[in-house]
Design a protein around this ligand. Structure first.
Ligand SMILES: [Zn+2]
Length: 358
């Protein structure tokens, strides 16, 4: 027993803090990653039974996902500052670890780009959300094609081109996993449910529907609000036209408040909510959603830069935000290490469900 206690005492867990002192939630993300790997395994097994060729695809997914970020190698300086210098990331579109790293990376890239643009103090920033009706899993792939096509058309309209000097565009797909209307859902959209004559506990009409939408950060000239101003209805009509919709879609446009690069970059976050598709309470449903999203996201570009933002992305020599390096995400400006460096390795430990120093 004594022996065991001694061993326990000697275990050193990973404590990775950002320069602002915030603890990075590696173990939380890794646990979600393992849940996803387990869902991939279950999908694989379902295909093994029917001798489907898809078996191999999901065998590969399961393994790749499980191997993601199992070993983290850090350099540590005399002040205890750490930077990651070696790790394997699976790069799967749905991986909770990789998506977290991507979102940190995009935040850092957009911050740097906005900082560069802000030098001349000639710009202002808008946050635009472009949506359309929810779709089923079967309709999702076609809808994403339409949205990508619609986006390119939208950006070529004269009214848009006159206003938009640069942009960051991210695709987000949310999924409605609630079979019934919960109290929280009802409180958030009371009018909507009332109109449909629905109450808490009723069947959720949007259950199993996907909601793909674009989050867009737009750079405009400072005089936009006095000279080239586009009203909300105009943005809405332009998006409806680009998408050939027979209804007016929900479109949201607002000025970005706060003028620091970080405040601006905040709205550009790369968001993929793993809680939408890693559904531990409902694994059958989870298998369906993961397979659907895995299929439709394969090979798609989820983020893109245009205009002045694209130019600065190139000038600043930033790499691909999605498929690029996830080790040096460069979130911290003052992460330069000082003095003699020590190398430290942490490995994922299935017993502790945490990263342990080895
Ligand atoms: Zn990963």
């Amino acid at each position: 027993m004594k022996q065991l206690n001694k061993q326990v005492e000697e275990v050193e867990f990973l404590e990775d803090k950002s320069s602002s002192g915030k603890m990075r939630d590696w173990s939380g993300k890794k646990k979600r990653n393992l849940s996803l790997s387990e869902i991939y395994r279950m999908i694989k097994e379902s295909y093994r039974k029917i001798h489907s060729e898809k078996f191999n695809r999901f065998l590969n997914r399961e393994e790749r996902c499980r191997m993601c970020a199992t070993i983290l190698k850090y350099k540590r300086d005399k002040n205890g500052k750490r930077t990651l210098y070696e790790a394997y990331f699976c790069q799967l579109r749905l991986c909770p670890v990789c998506n977290w790293r991507r979102s940190l990376k995009i935040f850092s890239q957009v911050s740097k780009i906005i900082q560069a643009i802000e030098q001349d103090k000639e710009h202002a920033y808008l946050f635009l959300t472009l949506t359309q009706k929810n779709v089923s899993g079967e309709e999702l792939d076609k809808m994403l094609d339409d949205m990508m096509y619609g986006w390119n058309k939208f950006m070529k309209y004269k009214k848009v081109k006159d206003v938009v000097k640069g942009s960051y565009r991210g695709l987000e797909i949310t999924y409605d996993k609630n079979r019934i209307i919960t109290k929280k859902m009802y409180q958030e959209k009371k009018d909507y449910y009332k109109k449909l004559g629905l109450k808490i506990g009723d069947k959720n009409p949007n259950f199993d529907m996907y909601h793909p939408h674009f989050h867009v950060l737009i750079v405009v000239n400072k005089n936009y609000f006095t000279k080239n101003y586009l009203k909300h209805e105009e943005w809405q009509k332009l998006w409806a036209k680009a998408m050939r919709l027979e209804y007016l879609p929900q479109v949201n446009i607002k000025k970005v408040k706060g003028n620091t690069a970080e405040a601006v970059a905040e709205v550009a976050k790369y968001s993929a909510k793993d809680s939408d598709y890693v559904i531990e309470k409902d694994l059958d449903l989870s298998m369906n959603v993961v397979e659907t999203l895995d299929y439709v996201l394969q090979g798609r570009r989820l983020v893109s830069f245009s205009g002045i933002m694209k130019e600065w992305h190139k000038k600043l020599n930033l790499d691909d935000a999605e498929d690029g390096d996830l080790i040096n995400i460069d979130t911290d400006k003052d992460e330069e290490l000082e003095g003699e460096l020590k190398l430290e390795t942490y490995a994922w430990n299935v017993g502790y469900m945490n990263y342990v120093r080895v």
